[in-house]
Design a protein around this ligand. Structure first.
Ligand SMILES: CC(C)(COP(=O)(O)OP(=O)(O)OC[C@H]1O[C@@H](n2cnc3c(N)ncnc32)[C@H](O)[C@@H]1OP(=O)(O)O)[C@@H](O)C(=O)NCCC(=O)NCCS
Length: 171
């Protein structure tokens, strides 16, 4: 029931690969969405039989949800574009972050993915500690204060999917 979707402008390599799986049963409108996502992660990992460590991160919007798998520590976020509140984003962001980002929505999902990716490092307690910048034309971005959290330089990508926006950040 979960389908693997492609990330535009990103090519998997042997050294860094990312896979995204989404389904309507992973959305929070589904009565058992958490178990659906958990089972799909277990099944995908079992089928993969990967010799290397695989990291995962989950996210759910109302109508759709799912998970990212990677051989790198990873954070994944999905949001319905019409539910992201510009004033909330401005409250947790610096003016320069807002002006550099393609849209408020891109910045929000980038921050959430970068925040989650720090779970294996010194993750801050609030999202306002996360600084996002260095956006490219293909909506790649960087966590610009990664050293504050004991993390190496990473790589982030945002992309739209139907009426949703997604982001991953990985190290
Ligand atoms: C943790 C946080 C990123 C979750 O994001 P969200 O958009 O609310 O929810 P999502 O559906 O995208 O992701 C939820 C999943 O993230 C994962 N998650 C939760 N806390 C996490 C953390 N600290 N690190 C990494 N992943 C986390 C869990 O798998 C969770 O799934 P579950 O609810 O089924 O357990 C978000 O609550 C946050 O930013 N917290 C920081 C505190 C803060 O600054 N809050 C103010 C926001 S204005």
């Amino acid at each position: 029931m979960f389908s693997r979707i492609a990330i535009p402008s990103f090519q998997n390599t042997d050294s860094a690969w990312v896979e995204i799986y989404l389904s309507s049963v992973g959305g929070s409108l589904h009565p058992d969405y958490r178990n659906e996502i958990r089972s799909a992660i277990e099944q995908t990992l079992t089928e993969k039989k990967s010799a290397e460590k695989v990291y995962y991160s989950t996210s759910h919007a109302r109508a759709i949800g799912g998970f990212a798998l990677s051989n790198r520590p990873i954070g994944f976020d999905i949001e319905a574009q019409d539910r992201v509140q510009n004033n909330t984003i401005s409250r947790v962001s610096q003016n320069s972050e807002v002006s550099e980002a393609p849209t408020h929505t891109h910045l929000w999902t980038a921050k959430e993915a970068a925040y989650k990716s720090l779970a294996k490092f010194s993750q801050p307690t609030v999202i306002s500690s996360i600084q996002i910048g260095q956006w490219t034309q293909t909506n790649h971005f960087k966590l610009t204060n990664e050293s504050s959290f004991g993390a190496p330089e990473g790589c982030g990508i945002t992309w739209t999917f139907d009426s949703h926006i997604c982001a991953v950040y990985f190290f």
